[in-house]
Design a protein around this ligand. Structure first.
Ligand code: NAD
Ligand code: DAU
Length: 351
């Protein structure tokens, strides 16, 4: 890991991962962050990094689908490791318009793999693919997703990620590329774009706006604090079995309505409404998401047994840190909520 290319490093998890890398003593290499800066990418997420690590950090604005630009980066920076986050990541957007998902998540990953294959002839390159538990579809009331669970994606987003997972695996098998893949459950924490459930609810609750809960609010997600995910990725990249796939989860199943009420109660404690209102009164049940997966839950025994990983943050501590981060960063929120985001919310809720 001398020269690591992080794709999508200006997004939520990618930027947390870069912060993590520079806090990790065993990492002494250079990071090249390549990001197209879509609505979800924000170079501000890396504030401080370029000053503090000027000789070890570079930002390059480019599209992973642009193969010439990718090849130029591999050449110029002698890339030996790739950690691939760049993707269209929001399920609701994929339902409204799948185009960008097919392009970036499938064609973009394919292009990157081709570039790795080309440069791998002269220097060994490791490719880590960051994927999702959504590729497995939906669980019933019992059971867990593991690395053995058959793929059954239900949304254009998850189908595009499943496709990219298959390409990564196939390039490992066919061309002998050194690859690893991780399939993680729902993340939350600093720098998450406020279209996703947790930051959306925090922001709306702070502004005393309706809190939209899809369907009956009883869909279950397995929540993981983002720093725990970053630590797992770093471990897998360094010590994971080549060709290996690793499921990552928080051992933290919660119904959406439990998540929303937990945020309401914590905000009432930390920052009570001036009007004296209780935030729970803002909860509004809205039309369900089409094809809405009912339950996700991960059994991460493989990662635990092979590499000793387990989450360090509980939901109680993680959600408090997250709420405090959003309270401390109103300017960040205002900026990311301007422009393209506003038109999307208009479309969704007629704001
Ligand atoms: P995000 O939407 O916050 O960030 C995605 C980043 O990719 C943005 O900075 C965006 O500008 C960039 N990007 C998009 N298209 C690009 C392109 N064509 N070329 C270059 N850059 C491009 O997403 P996230 O939540 O940080 O997710 C990162 C990765 O982790 C994704 O691959 C996602 O599937 C996966 N994942 C996310 C979660 C989660 O809960 N958020 C859980 C498991 C896996
Ligand atoms: O499981 C991993 C996945 O988690 C990642 O691969 C995706 O990139 C990430 O976006 C996330 O997908 P979800 O669809 O689970 O996340 P989202 O925050 O959109 O929704 C979480 C749950 O909350 C889901 O059951 C839908 C519900 N929801 C969401 C929104 C935005 C609501 O009830 N109301 C809302 O307004």
């Amino acid at each position: 890991m001398k020269n690591i290319l992080v794709t999508g490093g200006a997004g939520f998890i990618g930027s947390n991962f870069i912060h993590y890398l520079f806090s990790e003593k065993s990492f002494t290499g250079r990071v090249v962050n390549v990001d197209k800066l879509t609505y979800a990418g924000n170079p501000e997420n890396l504030d401080g990094i370029s000053d503090r690590f000027a000789d070890r950090y570079v930002f390059e604005q480019a599209d992973i689908c642009d193969r010439e630009s990718m090849a130029a980066l591999f050449e110029r920076y002698e890339i030996d490791t790739v950690c691939h986050f760049a993707a269209e990541s929001h399920v609701d957007r994929s339902i409204a318009d799948p185009d960008a998902f097919i392009m970036t998540n499938i064609m973009g990953t394919y292009g990157l793999l081709e570039t790795v294959r080309r440069f791998n002839a002269s220097r060994a390159i490791h490719f880590h693919h960051v994927s999702t538990d959504e590729v497995y579809g939906s669980l019933g009331n019992a059971g867990f997703f593991t690395e053995e669970t058959p793929y059954r994606p239900n949304s254009p987003y998850s189908a595009s990620k499943a496709s990219s997972d298959h390409l990564v695996r196939a390039y490992g098998e066919t061309y002998g590329l050194s690859v690893t893949t991780s399939n993680c459950s729902n993340n939350y924490g600093p720098y998450q774009f406020p279209e996703k459930l947790i930051p959306l609810i925090i922001e709306n609750a702070l502004n005393e706006k309706p809190l939209p809960v899809y369907g009956d609010g009883r869909n279950i997600r397995d929540w993981l604090f983002v720093a725990d995910h970053c630590r797992a990725i770093y471990l897998i990249m360094n010590q994971g079995k080549r060709g290996g796939m690793y499921a990552i989860g928080g051992r933290c199943e919660m119904e959406n309505i439990q998540v929303v009420t937990a945020i309401c109660d914590l905000l009432d404690e930390i920052n009570p409404c001036r009007s004296g209102k209780k935030r729970r009164d803002l909860i509004t049940f809205v039309k369900d998401r089409p094809g809405h997966d009912r339950r996700y839950a991960i059994d991460f025994s493989k990662l635990h047994n092979e590499l000793g990983w387990e989450p360090q943050e509980s939901f109680e501590t993680g959600i408090r840190k997250t709420i405090l981060w959003y309270l401390d960063h109103p300017a960040w929120v205002d900026r990311v909520k301007s422009g393209e985001y506003r038109s999307w919310m208009n479309q969704q809720y007629g704001e």
